[in-house]
Design a protein. Structure first.
Lengths: 135, 546
């Protein structure tokens, strides 16, 4: 039986309104054959975790360019755990200085794609690293 | 009929030796190998250019341009607390910048005080935190508002921040007539590109018209709107789209003001603009020249303005943030210098040059100093400021100016057909055009059809980390505490009365500026006044189109 299409949530946490990258990645993932749910802007961590649960997603991509990444990534991850879906991998990108990458990985972020990453790299990473959570 | 140029291209130009498949600007506009008089068609100096300082202003806003007065060197600055930013302001002024430009943090920009849950992690990060008049006073401490002009980049909370600036001036015994500056206050481009909003388009435009009206009457040196293309371009638009959507937004504001009964000859002169300066040198110069010509025609022909100063498009410009690289950041100094040069050759009135480290953080002091020196070197050492519109008459530049104008006019016509810019925004037209252009450009980059030096060509395997600006981690806690303390200390009854008056004006449609100025004098906060907007005007939600 063919594997179902992966469901990826692309989300914009916090007050940051820069969505050029998030929209490009959402579209690239969709064009690559994944099911993409894009939350739109100004999502609280609660809204993102709730959407992840409601939409039964296999992975979550967060885009943050506002400098609030050290607050918002961990906040989302903690809420996923609280909701019992802490196994959903979280990846992301935006403006994240190199020295913060290590800290975010330590807090559970699986991959970070910073300026210069191609859409193909991101698509390939998802294809390689994300599996359907339910059959 | 074959022209000498088409003959030359067909017979003399060695196309087979071309090193690229196509020669396109960063916007994807194809350029010819060469331009000649054939490209100008029925071109006339008087109709297409005019002299500098005369309709249609293609050659420049003023007859003497930079020989008379250099562009204002106005570096966008803001981070942390008001005290932090005040220090940076003073540093930049001491180093020779000639105007202030204020960056506020996301909570301030989105209408939340520093102690609000939605401000968590965001206070002081993208700009300076301002929640109350107290912060505004600290921000401009020891800065003479009567001699310095200040730009403030704020949009859905612009009424509140402008009211605070005016209130600070009033507390110093100044009259609003003495104040010069600009407030961005351009909500149409927010829905299109920058995406900082509280309420939907219609009430947002109503507030803007209130501010245009108020400033025309009471603060005649103040620019109540900075009609912006910068953000539209940063979101991924082409140059033609940036030009078209900016002017379409301008048309929207003028239309709304005229419908309110305001006199276009009275408010027209204090509309200002703000364009991006991206990588493609000639495209950007052509864009600014086309913008002036188009706006002059729009104001005179479409709106019947009689005042030559109402025909005149005056603009600030900023080098393109989206063109900078995190890889080999010192290269950004070069990009910025060339982009800034395009701005000067394009005739900008005011200029911000990005810092090399802005792909990683807000500008550090050494980096912003280089960015400012870039402008000073252009002004003092290159000679380009000594000749007005020196590229005027270049076949290539005039052909590109004409072409950008044609392409932009086609977009404006489309927007007119849709029913105007507000309707076009509701339909998602400019947003989708921009997303399409952004996606196309990303594909070109990913394929290597467009080059970013250091990123997809000439990469380094390893790079040493550079020093970047780090925000004091105590800022958020300190600022939240300060907000709570001020709320405790102020006259609670007077606050309620003042907020009720804002609410009444919002609901009844009377000018919001007087009650908002009164409210901020009583220490009503950005968040409290924004909550009134939310309640009365409603909350806009991102349509989330991909």
């Amino acid at each position: 039986m063919p594997e179902r299409r992966l469901r990826i949530l692309v989300a914009k946490p916090g007050l940051d309104g820069h969505d050029r990258g998030a929209k490009i990645i959402a579209r690239a993932l969709r064009d690559a054959g994944f099911e993409v749910i894009y939350t739109g802007l100004h999502q609280t961590p609660e809204m993102i975790a709730e959407a992840a649960m409601q939409e039964d997603v296999d992975a979550i991509g967060l885009s943050i360019l506002s400098g609030a990444h050290l607050t918002l990534f961990p906040a989302v991850i903690e809420l996923l755990e609280q909701k019992g879906i802490g196994d959903v991998p979280v990846f992301g990108g935006g403006i994240v200085p190199a020295e913060d990458t290590a800290e975010l990985k330590r807090r559970g972020v699986k991959a970070l794609f910073t300026p210069g990453a191609t859409t193909q790299e991101i698509v390939d990473w998802v294809r390689t690293n994300i599996t359907p959570r339910t059959a | 009929m074959a022209t000498p140029k088409s003959d030359w291209i067909r017979h003399a130009y060695p196309k087979s030796a071309d090193r690229l498949q196509a020669y396109t600007t960063v916007s994807g506009m194809e350029v010819d190998p060469m331009y000649t008089p054939d490209d100008l068609g029925a071109w006339s100096y008087d109709a297409r250019l005019g002299d500098p300082g005369a309709y249609p202003y293609t050659r420049g806003a003023y007859p003497s341009m930079y020989r008379g007065k250099l562009w204002t060197m106005r570096q966008f600055a803001g981070f942390g607390t008001a005290e932090d930013t005040n220090e940076r302001f003073k540093f930049l002024l001491a180093q020779g910048q000639t105007g202030l430009s204020t960056a506020f943090d996301m909570p301030t920009l989105m209408g939340y005080d520093a102690d609000h849950p939605r401000a968590l992690g965001e206070v002081g990060r993208e700009g300076v935190a301002v929640s109350s008049l107290h912060d505004m006073e600290a921000l401009f401490d020891d800065i003479p508002l009567e001699t310095v002009t200040t730009s403030m980049t704020v949009n859905c909370t612009a009424s509140v921040l402008l009211a605070m600036y005016f209130a600070v001036a009033q507390r110093r015994g100044l009259s609003l007539h003495q104040l010069g500056g600009t407030i961005q206050n351009d909500m149409l481009k927010e829905f299109i590109a920058q995406k900082e909003w509280i309420s939907p388009p219609q009430p947002s435009v109503r507030v803007i018209v209130d501010m245009i009206d108020f400033c025309a009457r009471h603060a005649p040196r103040w620019h109540a709107v900075s009609i912006s293309g910068y953000h539209i371009r940063e979101a991924g638009s082409t140059a033609a789209q940036e030009l078209a959507f900016t002017l379409a937004d301008g048309i929207g504001y003028v239309q709304a003001a005229v419908e309110r009964g305001l006199d276009v000859d009275a408010f027209g002169p204090r509309l200002s603009f703000f364009f991006n300066l991206h990588n493609d040198f000639f495209e950007e110069i052509a864009k600014l020249r086309a913008a002036r010509r188009m706006w002059a025609q729009i104001m005179r022909e479409r709106f019947g303005a009689k005042n030559p100063r109402a025909w005149l498009l005056r603009t600030h410009a900023q080098t393109a943030g989206c063109s900078l690289t995190a890889q080999q950041p010192v290269n950004n100094v070069v990009r910025v210098a060339i982009q800034a040069l395009a701005g000067v050759l394009g005739g900008t009135q005011s200029l911000h040059t990005n810092s090399m480290d802005e792909t990683l953080a807000l500008p550090s002091e050494p980096a912003v100093l280089v960015a400012l020196r870039t402008q000073q070197i252009i002004a003092e050492e290159t000679g380009v400021a000594n000749i007005v519109d020196p590229l005027g008459g270049s076949y290539a530049v005039e052909a590109l100016t004409d072409r950008l104008e044609r392409e932009a006019l086609a977009y404006i016509q489309r927007i007119d057909e849709l029913g105007g810019i507000i309707r076009a925004i509701e339909l998602g037209y400019p947003q989708k055009e921009i997303a399409e252009a952004a996606y196309r450009y990303q594909q070109e980059l990913d394929r290597g059809d467009k080059i970013m030096v250091g990123v997809n060509k000439y990469q380094l395997d390893e790079e040493p980390p550079i020093e970047i600006l780090r925000l004091n981690p105590q800022v958020e806690r300190q600022q939240a505490q300060r907000v709570r303390a001020r709320k405790q200390a102020r006259d609670a009854a007077a606050v309620q009365v003042a907020l009720a008056q804002v609410r009444q004006a919002a609901a009844e449609g009377t000018n919001l500026m007087p009650p908002i100025i009164d409210a901020v004098q009583h220490e009503c906060t950005v968040g409290e006044i924004s909550d009134i907007f939310r309640a009365v005007f409603g909350v806009y939600r991102d349509p989330a189109w991909i």
